[in-house]
Design a protein around this ligand. Structure first.
Ligand SMILES: [Zn+2]
Length: 69
């Protein structure tokens, strides 16, 4: 097979121009049809048992898809 270097496709590299997402985020902040919601893992506290919540990155909120479409 030929070596295929597809620009921008690298494991662990987020798409150019997008903000860093937390594991709990469903989309980048500001994405149409999405909004902030309280993190269900830490319930908005940003911490679980004294450690930063990994789901929301310690912010206590995640970006979730909203709307009833
Ligand atoms: Zn959290």
């Amino acid at each position: 097979m030929t070596k295929t270097d597809t620009e921008g496709v690298k494991t662990g590299t987020p798409p150019t121009g997008s903000a860093a997402l937390n594991p709990g985020d469903e989309a980048a902040p500001g994405t149409m049809g999405t909004g902030e919601d309280v993190c269900l893992d830490c319930h908005g506290k940003g911490r679980i048992d004294g450690a930063p919540c990994v789901t929301c990155g310690g912010s206590g909120t995640v970006i979730r898809a909203v709307g009833g479409a």
